[in-house]
Design a protein around this ligand. Structure first.
Ligand code: SF4
Ligand code: SF4
Length: 243
């Protein structure tokens, strides 16, 4: 039986308590979504074994990591904090600690509600599914004033999944232009941060911030819904890191 059903039967409620749950309590997030951290000095076997070049002697680039788990055999463990969103790809390069709180509450002036427009610029569909899970009864983002909209003209946030393909460069730029200010852009997953598993393939841009200004980068492949929720709440100045 899935653990979230067991939790619901135990608690008597279905909906996640995030972000009200304390950081010390278990969160509804698979361990593999939390990013790898080294347990000791990083050796050449780990550096050479990473299929996307995310490991260097100084640490892990969480924005490149595709959570393949290959490094677990060379002195790493999954366990990075849930709140991993950063304000730049460079802020996702960690050694043994999580990035500092981003403080990217650029939409805090909008108050209690955020409207989100989702654009897929070339995903494998997994990040899409994790974003759309925010609308299901478990994550229920509407309880936190977060709603999806089908028009960029009604949106505050542009959420982008996938590695930017040539055909989607102009549509994503037009979507960004159509959103009224104040607005923010969030890149979801390794693909729009670094190209992910598609990095270096012909016809692809390696990062979304080559096309539009990006406020927050959420690492993962795919990130868990809770991590995406954290990024949206951080924009609104209501994230757990801000509490
Ligand atoms: S889990 Fe991430 S850091 Fe580890 S080998 Fe895979 S891609 Fe590289
Ligand atoms: S980041 Fe990973 S899960 Fe998300 S679209 Fe790219 S390959 Fe798929």
């Amino acid at each position: 039986m899935p653990s979230w059903i067991q939790q619901a039967a135990h608690r008597g409620i279905l909906t996640s308590r995030y972000p009200r749950v304390a950081a010390s309590e278990p969160d509804e997030i698979p361990l593999t979504a939390r990013g790898p951290l080294p347990t000791g000095p990083i050796g050449p076997a780990a550096v050479d074994g990473c299929p996307v070049g995310a490991i260097s002697p100084s640490g892990v680039d969480q924005g490149r990591c595709v959570r393949c788990a290959r490094c677990l055999a060379t002195g790493f463990r999954f366990g990075a904090p849930i709140e991993m969103a950063g304000t730049s790809p460079a802020s996702l390069r960690t050694s043994t600690v999580a990035p500092a709180p981003s403080g990217a509450g650029s939409l805090a002036e909008l108050g209690r509600s955020l409207h989100v427009f989702l654009v897929d610029v070339g995903s494998c569909n997994a990040c899409n599914l994790e974003v759309l899970a925010l609308a299901n009864p478990f994550y229920d983002a509407s309880r936190l004033g977060i709603f999806f909209t089908n028009s960029p003209r009604h949106a505050d946030v542009l959420l982008v999944v996938g590695v930017p393909t040539a055909a989607m460069i102009e549509p994503v730029r037009r979507a960004y232009e159509a959103i009224p200010a104040p607005k923010a852009v969030v890149a979801i997953g390794a693909c729009p941060i670094s190209g992910g598993v598609f990095r270096g393939q012909p016809g692809l841009r390696s990062s979304l911030d080559e096309l539009v200004p990006v406020d927050l980068f959420v690492p993962g492949c795919p990130p868990a819904p809770t991590q995406i929720l954290d990024a949206l709440l951080t924009l609104a100045g209501r994230g757990r890191r801000e509490r």
